[in-house]
Design a protein around this ligand. Sequence first.
Ligand code: ADP
Ligand code: MG
Length: 348
Amino acid sequence: MSVLNLGIIGGGQLGSMLSSAAKRLNIKTIVYSDDNFSPAQNFCDKFIFGSYGDKEKILEFVKEVDIITYEFENIPFETLNEINKFKSVLPKPSINRLIQHRLAEKDFINNINIRTTRYASIEKKSDMETLKDFFPGILKTTTMGYDGKGQYPINNLNDFKKLNLNLTDGYILEKLVKLKKEISVIITRFGKNDYSIYEPIENTHENQILKHSKIPADINDNIFKQSKEWSITIADELKYIGTLCVEFFIDRNDNLYVNEIAPRVHNSGHLTINAYNVSQFENHVRAVCSLEKIPLKKLSNAKMVNLIGKEIEPYRKNLELNKNQFFFDYQKKEVKEKRKMGHITTLI
Ligand code: ADP
Ligand code: MG
């Protein structure tokens, strides 16, 4: 059988981990990124550097690959759609377009009768005046946000006025949920009624950036079941192929809300590399490359901690790990504040 060439758009740590998973399945990976220092170039078979609007460079990439996937959602729809005319892009570009826009994403979730936080589109300054019962709230850009970027807490009208934002960029106001807990569910869909689903993962954030993940999540049976059911419904409605993550809020009255969907492998699922027989990365590669699905088996409970910014440094210098601990260094050249540099998974 000839070797399969998998194209991955985006060159961050998720691209690295997808490349490593593909390698173990004897699939070659070609990563395309607009960052010449992408860490994934250390893990893939071939790296192509170019902007996401550079048609010639992208065509060069398309010629090299059989199938294309992506590791982050903020890729222009036009680019994915253009590529899809030549080689199949999975998950479908239309899914990416829907989910990369917070308003369209939340409308979609509500239309299939799944609860989200209350939200409203903010198009002009006066919109805010009629939305006082959304305070305290969070104002978010409708596109391009990640790790809490492009988010502003709004307690009153004055907070909003002080920001002096250009509203033509597109914003959404969400009512703040009094959080008891955050969880996520990762699901890999292979086709109709054919998926692998991981158990809910409990997540804690610091400064809106994921810090800790663990399984099992400390949640009641209803939330355990409901979060999995909603994730299956979302994946089915989207006719999704590949790995998807649904992030949830649980409020102090044990109400469950979908926060957002990530149409890709997800940071909270890093622990699946060590805690399951098949990781979220391997499952994604298997699904988009039409390989066989392997029955999912949990091997251990686990917890993961993200190493952010300088936190990586002591581990790079002097690594002391127990047998049940696994250290991942994303090999990013520059240590930056708030940047995810690596993680440690501990089997418990
Ligand atoms: P990002 O795309 O940056 O991950 P999220 O919408 O997931 O954006 O927000 C990041 C984090 O900020 C969430 O995981 C949560 O901790 C907090 N947060 C965001 N929106 C709300 C909200 N409406 N109520 C309570 N906490 C929120
Ligand atoms: Mg999020």
